[in-house]
Design a protein around this ligand. Sequence first.
Ligand SMILES: C[S@@+](CC[C@H](N)C(=O)[O-])C[C@H]1O[C@@H](n2cnc3c(N)ncnc32)[C@H](O)[C@@H]1O
Length: 346
Amino acid sequence: MLDWELAWSRALYGPEGFFARGERPAGHFRTSPLVGPVFAEAVVALLDRVDHALGRPARVDFVDVGAGGGELAEEVRQRAPAGLAGRMAVTAVDVAPRPARRLPGVTWRSTPPPRVVGLVVANEWLDAVPCPVLVRRGGGWCRVGVDAAGRETVLDPVDTTVQAWLEHWWPVGERARGGAALRAEAGTTRDRAWCSVVRTVRAGVAVAIDYHHLLADRSAGRVDAGTLTGYLHGRQVAPVPDGSRDLTAHVALDASAAAVHSVVGEPLFTTLTSQRRVLADLGVVRAVPPPALAAADPLGWLDATARSGGAAELTSPEGLGGFGWLVHEVALPVRVLAAGHRDTAA
Ligand SMILES: C[S@@+](CC[C@H](N)C(=O)[O-])C[C@H]1O[C@@H](n2cnc3c(N)ncnc32)[C@H](O)[C@@H]1O
């Protein structure tokens, strides 16, 4: 039996771990960069706003953290407008090896660059950062142990850091008295990971995009069973830490927002909003092409239809459109996101 957090780390990032040996999201689940070019175009629109806010400097960074197969970095590189492309430094950061295909103009690294002026995007990264997995026992939280077949046991009570995080961010109140098998995942490791990335931004924007829950969800018991799960070849499967599958849990993005505010000294403006809202702000619209276009310009009609389908998928409230966007605008003289997003009081 291993502590779940350690078993999770080994299963994904150990010597023969799922991501460490080069498995890519494209083979197992669908992420926004895999939907098509619409997502990358929105990211380019955001990068252009950041570049404008920075005063169009001689060099502007685009950093994709947890880059997977490098699809987003590649598309952003290719789709940047001429005025930006020549000044852009594109970096894909992943612990996985560089993909075999050529990625012209993209630097591949295993750690984030130390100093960024521009835009950092971490799409579905934090959910893949292993974190403490806990169960409520005898009036307190205990760590959960697991073996390679997924059989679980209850381990020691949590330490004071995890305890403090849970008390603040995952309050179970009266439900703890009912004897129900409450579970939780503490976001301590995600908060630290995200802070270390935001700290690299000297000026610009850092965005974490992920499936998430908020304090209101956790307090109300909407995630009392925890969210730890697995993905394999396009299907959701049991979370077994044997290296065969992705292991993931939803991210407490509000906790990460607060953590950033407590450690990042730069002038900072934070917004926690949804992908649906940000993409609307960035000009993504679902425009169904007129049927007459099919006869006049069949290829144009096909392209417009694919784009419309992509926009619909990326903004669906039940799917990718419901993902949280945690946006930190760092040391910028003007705001980058339009007014009207739900701002955090972090
Ligand atoms: C769920 S995938 C998302 C991939 C891509 N962003 C996308 O949306 O298609 C998470 C990726 O984060 C990478 N990753 C996890 N921890 C990392 C770390 N500490 N540094 C760099 N990459 C990491 C994994 O190897 C994996 O490729």
